[in-house]
Design a protein. Structure first.
Length: 238
């Protein structure tokens, strides 16, 4: 039996008159890393915006566990354990690591002091750099801080990551992949949006390919990596 965490069922999403997502369905089981890959402009970010309630679908349903998410405000969706890291990462460059984390924790309930120590234990590199301004850190370290920020506030069991490898050198991409793997091993389920299909597929259990707003392929990540036709045809990977 599968343990379904997130289910998107036949959604359509529009920006005003522009129809972007067409009858899109996908599912993420608890404990999985699922990759959503596709070319520039395919609608990957719009899918994440739809889940978070930022660009709500005009029809179809989104559920997490037994809860309907579509129609809820983004902060209500955040409270249901879903956290989103946008492409731009959203760290405050002129603030220190500690200040960035304190700001992120502000909206949370419960004992945040313990949470900081948990986060520092989980990310020793941030611990060493508590007093460093985030803008002076490497891209990989900033991504680590963005992930740490996303884990503060309400308890998170599903992380939506938008292009975590963007703009990073290959070595750093490997570091970020390792962070995602470790998080997953600690029980966080991940929906990973990537243009870097190879990075995403090496990390993921299952994958969906999105092309102009439609899911055109669904399989295990390993099967997709071996499927040269789909890799070349939809993802431009030679
Ligand atoms: P990328 O990797 O380039 O961000 P993507 O797969 O994430 O691509 P989206 O950002 O979801 O794609 O964009 C899907 C389509 O929606 C594109 O054609 C884009 O131009 C359009 N789009 C995105 N945001 C808006 C907006 N605010 N208003 C109108 N159209 C938009």
């Amino acid at each position: 039996m599968t343990d379904r965490l997130l289910r998107i069922d036949s959604i359509d999403t529009r920006y005003g008159e522009s129809h972007i997502l067409f009858d899109l369905s996908l599912a993420v089981d608890r404990g999985e890393i699922v990759a959503l890959v596709g070319r520039n402009g395919a609608g990957k970010t719009t899918t994440l915006r739809s889940i978070m309630g930022l660009t709500p679908p005009t029809n179809g349903t989104i559920t997490k566990d037994a809860d309907r998410l579509d129609g809820l405000d983004p902060h209500e969706i955040r409270k249901r354990g879903i956290s989103w890291i946008p492409e731009e990462r959203r760290v405050f460059g002129s603030l220190t690591v500690a200040e960035n984390l304190r700001l992120a924790a502000h909206s949370g309930d419960g004992d945040q002091a313990n949470r900081f120590e948990e986060i520092y234990a989980q990310f020793p590199r941030l611990d060493e750099r508590r007093a460093q301004k985030a803008g002076t850190m490497s891209g990989g370290e900033q991504q680590m801080l963005a992930i740490a920020r996303a884990l503060l506030g309400p308890e998170t069991d599903l992380l939506l990551l938008d292009e975590p490898s963007e703009g990073l050198a290959p070595q750093i991409v490997d570091d970020v992949a390792e962070i995602i793997r470790e998080l997953n091993e600690r029980g966080v389920t991940v929906l990973l949006v990537e243009q870097n299909a190879e990075m995403a597929l090496e990390l993921a259990d299952r994958a969906y390919v999105l092309e102009t707003g439609e899911i055109v392929h669904e399989s295990t990540a390993a099967e997709l990596l071996d499927d040269r036709e789909t890799m070349e045809g939809y993802l431009g990977v030679k």
